[in-house]
Design a protein around this ligand. Structure first.
Ligand code: AMP
Length: 586
């Protein structure tokens, strides 16, 4: 029976958040004090001369800014089995592996009960804020979530993606129940060892519970789009399974087979309904509300590198609202949207002032030459002294620094955010991009965001031809003289040479960075090259990352492939079928 959930105090959670954000400055000092007191025994902090002081001023003076590289030796000792308090006071329960899809290399991070706690805290708050605008009833959620492979470190700690560590935690299930987000699929599907089989079964379980499903979600929006692209291929098989009550022979993992078979019984009526609805759709537009009539919204991270998937997601979602999920990382959580009605493109994230201690490095774009910071990966911004959470200014861009309960002290996250406004006294952040410089041949500097904008511009030409960009990435080819940008595109159907030539010119022209334009004009950067890859190439890239132990739940297509990422580069190059050079600069 559908009934309203009465146990979870939605208003209470929001009131608490309001109180905390009204006093963000005080709460931040208090949070820093708690972090430093709880972890005061950690060797890392002991060596920094804090002498028991926990105020932000002393903290700033004694503790250096660090990147992951600086912490690697400490994390390695923990992973290798040193159980002494190295970075945290309390024991580390497992190791998190970042997705490795933004920078090509998987980072090892600490995972502990505090992170489970903060994850549940932000899930509850996000739900409360969302539910105020889009109330759901007790039912189920069609969640495309997947665990990664779980490895054991030398010191016998479990190492898995942060999302897997969360799904494994005891609190996950009870929180999902509290926030009316119970997954349609049994655990065996989430933890299954074969991604494609898990995906098929998520879809099948979603259909079995089609009337109960209240919303559709995944961690990153890419997984939802991927799921429905797959649905287009397998929907008839799914109908057969529902009709006959027998699971397709493609499901061979015993635990998945057994648990999903238990949910199946012959249901020709449901199969007929699904079949009729599917054949009645035009190019799968609105498939989600059609098949899940009680769904109220689609939910997942849709900002940043997920924006390119929004068009397709909107197509599948029809009239259902798309709601952007929280902002965080394997390192820890940062904030959530306080206005779920905003479209993903306008979403901002209010920082939770008690989830960690945050500082912000002010960044100024296009600085004078002498101000340029010359580090290997970032030369884009001039930096100044970090400021506190309540000192940031609206309209300015910053790099986030995290200090949290999981052993990170003044850790540079590498994300660039812009302050869009304030919610009470906590800032609302707009995600801009990863800080790492993406495309550069000489004095040009183009980020992930610049690439995205250029691709968006060029895909307008595709839309006029009713063609669709499935996915894209880029590469700087320095084997030519001068070097040039290569953009790889996978399309849903064949495009004419004329259209692709125009797209190629448009891509080239749409990089408006002054360094790029001036270099192109004097041919100090060669003509931009558009390489079209065969259909299914990006699936091969996903499979490649899965083989390395990544999880689909955290997968983000790498938007620039470095020469060191030779395997992905090889997949792209061997699957390229056509190549075009821009004539935009003559
Ligand atoms: P990982 O820890 O590997 O899953 O990646 C974390 C990174 O994903 C963050 O540092 C961001 O760059 C990106 N990310 C996470 N949440 C969001 C969000 N809501 N919007 C945009 N990017 C995000």
């Amino acid at each position: 029976m559908l009934e309203k959930n009465r146990e979870f105090d939605i208003e209470g959670v929001i009131e608490e958040f309001e109180a905390l954000t009204k006093e963000a400055g005080r709460v931040q000092r208090e949070t820093l004090r708690r972090i430093l007191e709880e972890n005061g025994q950690a060797e890392y902090l002991q060596n920094l001369g804090l002498g028991g002081r926990t105020d932000p001023e002393t903290f700033k003076a004694c503790v250096p800014l660090v990147t992951h590289k600086d912490l690697e030796p400490y994390i390695k000792r923990i992973a290798d089995g040193d159980a002494s308090p190295i970075l945290t006071g309390k024991p580390v329960t497992s190791i998190s592996l970042s997705s490795g899809t933004t920078q090509g290399k998987r980072k090892l991070l600490l995972f502990n009960e505090e992170l489970v706690h903060s994850t549940m805290q932000i899930y509850r708050l996000s739900f409360a804020l969302r539910n105020r605008e889009f109330p759901i009833r007790n039912g189920k959620a069609l969640q495309f979530i997947y665990s990664s492979k779980q490895l054991k470190t030398k010191g016998d700690l479990i190492a898995a993606t942060a999302t897997t560590n969360v799904y494994r935690s005891e609190q996950f299930k009870s929180t999902m129940k509290d926030i009316q987000s119970q997954c349609c699929s049994p655990d065996a599907v989430i933890f299954g060892s074969d991604f494609n089989q898990s995906l098929y079964c998520h879809l099948l379980c979603g259909l079995i519970y089609s009337n109960e499903v209240q919303f559709i979600s995944s961690t990153f929006a890419h997984s939802i789009v991927h799921a429905f692209r797959t649905f287009e291929q397998v929907w008839e098989d799914l109908c057969t399974d529902v009709r006959e009550g027998v699971l397709s022979s493609r499901i061979t993992v015993p635990s998945i087979r057994e648990s999903v078979s238990r949910l199946l019984s012959p249901n020709p009526d449901l199969a007929d309904t699904i079949y009729k609805k599917c054949v009645g759709l035009s190019n799968w537009y609105g498939v989600i509300p059609e098949l899940w009539p009680n769904a109220k919204y689609v939910y997942g991270i849709m900002t940043g590198s997920m924006e390119p998937y929004l068009k397709k997601l909107r197509h599948y979602a029809g009239n259902l609202p798309l709601i952007s999920a929280e902002y965080g990382s394997s390192e820890g959580w940062i904030g959530t949207s306080v206005d779920p009605r905003l479209p993903p493109e306008s979403t901002t994230f209010a920082v939770l002032p008690d989830i960690g201690y945050f500082e912000f490095i002010p960044l100024r774009e296009n600085p004078r030459e002498q101000e340029l910071e010359r580090s290997a990966s970032t030369i884009h911004y001039a930096e100044s002294e970090p400021v506190s959470l309540t000192e940031v200014k609206v309209g300015e861009e910053y790099e986030i620094i995290i200090t949290n309960f999981a052993g990170l002290y003044r850790y540079r996250l590498g994300d660039v955010v812009k302050v869009a406004g304030f919610h009470n006294s906590t800032p609302k952040l707009k995600f801009i991009c990863r800080r790492g410089l993406l495309l550069t041949v000489n004095i040009d500097k183009n980020t992930e965001k610049d690439l995205q904008l250029s691709v968006e511009e060029a895909t307008k030409l595709l839309a006029a031809e009713k063609l669709e960009l499935v996915d894209f990435t880029s590469y700087v080819d320095m084997s030519t003289d001068p070097g040039h940008y290569v953009i790889f595109w996978e399309l849903n159907a064949d495009a004419s040479d004329d259209v692709l030539h125009s797209c190629c010119d448009c891509l080239d022209r749409a990089f408006v960075d002054a360094g790029y334009v001036s270099s192109r004009k004097v041919q100090a950067i060669g003509a931009l090259e558009l390489r079209v890859v065969e259909r299914g190439t990006f699936q091969k890239i996903l499979d490649h990352y899965l083989c390395l132990g990544a999880a689909v739940s955290q997968f983000k297509t790498p938007r620039c492939v470095g020469t060191s990422n030779s395997e992905v580069l090889q997949i792209l190059c061997t699957n390229a079928t056509k190549s075009y050079f821009s004539t935009a600069y003559g």
